[in-house]
Design a protein around this ligand. Structure first.
Ligand code: HCA
Ligand code: CU
Length: 381
């Protein structure tokens, strides 16, 4: 994977999260925080959704951010005209193609969908904007239908086509195959959008990029319809593990925590304890064997360097799995210089004994170390 672009959809897909309510000021704050990270695009709720949504598109398109501003609309001329009016750089157009959506949602056939798509795309391009055409529920759509509509829109010069796993049913192998096939059929860029109902949203994004996709949709903390989509931070973690220099060169990873806090506060959720990068235990090492190795060389048990994300590592020692190397390290931090390795081993035994009864805080451990240290001093006098 030599390069990829992020279409950050917290202000569109994220607004479909159960708890989301963003007023204009909050949207501007989130947009600026995402722009500071360096995401390539911001996708905004359709101006056709409400009057405030229309005004907010205008406001954010007028901020002069580095990121390109997109809005997201149905494949309708009315929506496309409104979108262009707001001054956004581009429009992400979408229509459902699965038999479920064709029968139970909009009720249109493929011929109608194709004609509509061509009309809408031609119009948006004529207005000098970027345009993406995507099919909703792509993985439950007929492959021949999909490829023929993508081919048709590629021919008339769409900037990107999109694949959406709207219901979160796809697995990485299916994603790889569909994107690979699509790659051989169109010349334009390929955007992918993955819901996380079965926990595959990050892996699917990665598989899509491996197969030749160019753009991935994300949202902060993965918020979106139902349990959401590929989380921005999780995608950073995955892509950092794959190509650290590219990711660090392009995005300011130290700002991820800031935008996650901002969004978490706004939608009244906590950042999950096991969140990628910023979860409270993401860089905590516990077992004695891990702690010893980490203290010698962090790469032993860390694929992500906490400092690259503005985070710090923590070695937990107040528990029954602790080891004397980690305890010794704490002794050195506390500058209890005259304690020997044997002393460290003795305190470690004591910590294990106590920790078999109840958990110890770092404070508890420190007092114990001080006690040992002081007792030693007195006895040697
Ligand atoms: C939705 C629409 C969408 C659109 C994705 C896209 C989806 O159902 O709310 O435009 O690529 O998941 O299909 O979010
Ligand atoms: Cu979606």
């Amino acid at each position: 994977i030599s390069s990829f672009k992020i279409i950050e959809s917290t202000l569109r897909e994220g607004e479909q999260f159960a708890n989301a309510f963003f007023d204009t000021a909050k949207k501007v704050e989130i947009a600026k925080a995402l722009d500071a990270i360096g995401v390539d695009y911001l996708e905004l709720t359709s101006p056709a959704a409400s009057e405030q949504s229309y005004n907010d598109c205008k406001t954010i398109a007028g901020l002069g951010l580095k990121a390109k501003i997109l809005t997201h609309t149905r494949c309708h001329m009315d929506d496309a005209r409104l979108a262009v009016e707001t001054g956004v750089d581009g429009v992400d157009v979408v229509i459902g193609t699965s038999s479920y959506l064709r029968e139970f949602s909009h009720g249109k056939d493929m011929e109608y969908i194709t004609d509509k798509a061509i009309e809408v795309i031609t119009y948006i391009k004529s207005q000098g904007r970027e345009v993406r055409f995507s099919t909703e529920d792509s993985f439950r759509s007929d492959l021949v239908d999909l490829l023929s509509i993508y081919k048709a829109v590629d021919k008339i010069g769409v900037n990107r086509v999109g694949i959406a796993d709207t219901v979160g049913c796809a697995n990485p192998r299916q994603v790889y195959e569909l994107v690979k096939t699509l790659r051989s059929v169109v010349n334009c860029d390929i955007e992918c959008h993955f819901h996380n109902d079965t926990g595959c949203a990050i892996a699917n994004a990665y598989a899509a990029l491996e197969a030749g996709a160019t753009h991935i949709d994300t949202s902060v903390l993965g918020i979106g319809e139902r349990n959401g989509i590929t989380p921005l931070g999780g995608l950073f973690a995955r892509m950092y593990a794959a190509d650290k220099d590219y990711v660090m060169g392009k995005y300011d990873l130290k700002l991820i925590r800031n935008v996650e806090n901002l969004v978490a506060d706004s939608v009244e959720v906590a950042v999950p304890f096991n969140n990628y990068i910023t979860g409270y235990c993401a860089f905590t090492h516990k077992a004695g064997i891990h702690a010893k190795a980490i203290l010698n060389n962090p790469s032993t048990y860390e694929i992500l360097k906490p400092e690259d994300f503005g985070m710090s590592r923590y070695v937990s020692i107040g528990h029954r799995l602790t080891g004397w190397n980690a305890v010794k390290n704490r002794i050195e931090q506390l500058r209890l210089t005259d304690m020997t390795d044997d002393d460290a081993k003795a305190v470690t035994q004591k910590i294990k004994e106590l920790a078999d009864i109840r958990p110890l805080s770092l404070d508890n451990v420190d007092s114990l170390l001080h006690q040992y240290h002081d007792a030693k001093k007195t006895s040697s006098h």
